[in-house]
Design a protein around this ligand. Structure first.
Ligand code: F6R
Length: 613
């Protein structure tokens, strides 16, 4: 949460690079945005509450063009409401330096009191500003030794940070930065040196990026960057070549990133799955996950958050079905603070699009402490989760910019199914013949997904959404491997439409939620041809008998016959049905949000990638 950019250029003005970087990172926070530029003589500051467009308007009205070093920030508020004053950068040291921060300074109140006693004046209510002044005090005391000052300042801080300071050094304007928790990436481009909290901000300048490790300090000048480890020793971190095309993060002709990303799913599935399938052998190829690595796995512990957790739930059904290995699934935020018991030979499975979700990282670190090996299913190359895991299955969804996750979810589910096949083949629970049947089904899914995304289907979903846009509440129900799809459908709807929606296991309805049913409620039934189809149908009849309005998604015609609205999905194996059923639910949420006039790519109170608790 929050986006950070920085650049020190040789001669070109820096402002356009900062604004372009912030535009790419706006999905990380959009309460306010700001930039600070060093002209060589002074630090200029401009920051505005609201979207980046407000900052751009303010800059257009100023004479802010000069200066080849600068930092910028787009904020997701933690301490202090969104306002111009609380926006970053924060100035300190009599306006001689500026700072941007992502994270939380937990002891900010104590530090604020100490700084006030020293006569420091605060301009904001943020925890971050404390760090700016702490550094300024130490910088003044360290006789211009910025690294010593930063180490001294950070030693007083409890919390998590990616932080960057813009300041003057003997050799000219520079940036000094540090990381403990949230990510920071640096790169050397043709015209200078660049910094970002997200590699997407760097890709226009270089495809070779360097991730700071926790505890690292980086110093950026126009000629390059130097990194120092937690003990202050110079350190080399291997550059990572990123093969994403920076234009993939553009919306192109689509009205929203979310709609573009929904439509990318057939290709994402193909990229994530097809090259890994060995239909002849009835197996999949996952480097590092050969028989030796998997044969001994006794239990799988899934930890993830939000949509990624729902993909973890689907993976649970797939692994138990195909590999007969027991799987536990838990919110990473709960798991990390329990005193969990892991049996010997547990494989911890972290699913995460960003690879930077704080709770997921902490939960997997705990798993490792408890003796488990960690396997990450992750989308972002070089992310912390990837670097820390013992094994990795990368999803090939490309950059996901819409805050509501769509293509990353289907990629996670597809990768989870590949893992289930590999595990089942490694431990002997899965025959080559059954594996071939699933692989064959996967091969057909790309075309089947495309059938759900035709213009005609989308128009149909738009009109279904219109029928339900005024409902007072929504219950999504499913059974078996489609129960997590009910959870996911409800999450998508509430996060972008701000209407109340719950996902429920259909068999639980009579234990309470059926009391909610009346003609104002829409019930979204997610079904699949399965031994549970009859039971699903009778659950739908029961809600219908109580006046609930039913929208039926899936391939069970008998359930469709009961519904007011229907989205038929092509028939596939039950185990693969979540990958199709979720698509109409994503479109349903999208069109309801559109009809309600919501800001689909930037839903209120949210931001992409929860890098703080
Ligand atoms: C919802 C959504 C979130 C994320 C969750 C985990 O649409 O995107 O629920 O799934 O914050 O994020 P990652 O996958 O980056 O760990």
């Amino acid at each position: 949460m929050c986006g950070i950019v920085g650049a020190v250029r040789r001669s070109e003005p820096v402002l356009s690079a900062l604004i372009e970087g912030l535009r790419v990172l706006e999905y990380r926070g959009y309460d306010s945005a700001g930039v600070a530029v060093h002209t060589g003589e002074e630090v200029l500051l401009c920051k505005k509450q609201g979207r980046l467009a407000n900052l751009e308007a303010a800059l257009a009205a100023s004479s802010f063009a000069a200066g080849s070093a600068g930092i910028g920030h787009t904020r997701w508020a933690t301490h202090g409401p969104p306002s111009d004053a609380n926006a970053h950068p924060h100035l300190a040291g009599g306006g001689q330096l500026a700072m941007v921060h992502n994270g939380i300074i937990e002891n900010h109140q104590d530090l604020r009191v100490q700084l006030l006693e020293k006569g420091v004046e605060f301009a904001s209510q943020t925890d971050s500003e404390v760090l700016a002044h702490l550094f300024a005090v130490e910088f003044a005391a360290a006789d211009g030794d910025a690294r010593a000052a930063l180490r001294a300042a950070l030693a007083q801080v409890d919390g998590y940070y990616a932080v960057a300071f813009l300041l003057s050094t003997e050799s000219g304007p520079a940036i000094i930065c540090a990381r403990q928790g949230p990510p920071l990436v640096v790169a050397q481009g043709p015209g200078g040196t660049y910094l970002g909290s997200d590699l997407l901000a760097l890709l226009p300048h270089s495809s070779d990026v360097v991730f700071l490790e926790d505890g690292d300090i980086g110093v950026l000048t126009a000629d390059g960057f130097e990194l120092f480890d937690a003990d202050g020793n110079p350190v080399e971190r291997a550059p990572k070549e990123i093969d994403w095309d920076p234009t993939e993060a553009n919306k192109g002709p689509w009205p929203h990133h979310m709609l573009k990303e929904i439509h990318e799913q057939p290709d994402v599935l193909a990229r994530t799955v097809f090259d890994r399938m060995d239909e002849q052998a009835g197996d999949v190829v996952l480097p590092g996950l050969e028989d030796e690595a998997l044969r001994s796995v006794q239990r799988v512990q899934v930890v993830a958050c939000g949509t990624a957790l729902h993909a973890g739930w689907v993976t649970r059904y797939a692994i138990e079905e195909l590999a007969r290995v027991p799987v536990d699934v838990e919110f990473a935020s709960e798991f990390r603070y329990r005193n969990p018991v892991l049996v010997e030979d547990t494989l911890a499975l972290a699913l995460t699009q960003s690879g930077e979700t704080a709770d997921t990282l902490a939960a997997t670190r705990l798993c490792r402490e408890l003796g488990a090996r960690v396997l990450a299913i992750c989308n972002v190359q070089g992310a912390s989760q990837v670097r820390e895991a013992d094994h990795v299955i990368m999803t090939h969804a490309g950059p996901e910019i819409g805050v509501a996750s769509t293509k990353a979810f289907t990629a996670q589910v597809a990768a989870g199914i590949l893992l289930a096949i590999r595990l089942g083949r490694a431990n002997g629970a899965l025959s080559a013949e059954r594996a071939r049947e699933v692989l064959h089904g996967l091969r057909s899914l790309r075309f089947q997904m495309e059938q759900l995304l035709t213009r005609e289907k989308c128009e149909h979903m738009r009109s279904v959404a219109r029928n339900h846009a005024a409902a007072k509440g929504f219950l999504f129900i499913g059974r078996g491997i489609n129960f997590p799809i009910a959870l996911e459908g409800a999450l998508k709807l509430k996060e972008i439409s701000y209407v109340h929606a719950e996902g429920y296991a259909a068999g639980e309805m009579k234990h309470g939620p059926i009391a909610l049913i009346d003609p104002g409620m829409t019930i979204v039934s997610v079904n699949a041809p399965s031994p549970l189809a009859d039971k699903m149908r009778s659950n739908v009849e029961q809600v219908q008998a109580r006046g609930g309005v039913v929208f039926s998604v899936g391939s069970d015609q008998a359930t469709h016959d009961l519904a007011r609205d229907v989205c038929s999905v092509p028939p596939t194996l039950e185990i693969l049905s979540p990958l199709l059923n979720v698509i109409p639910l994503q479109l349903f949420s999208y069109y309801i949000a559109d009809q309600r006039g919501c800001d689909i790519d930037k839903p209120r109170n949210l931001a992409k990638s929860v890098t703080v608790e």
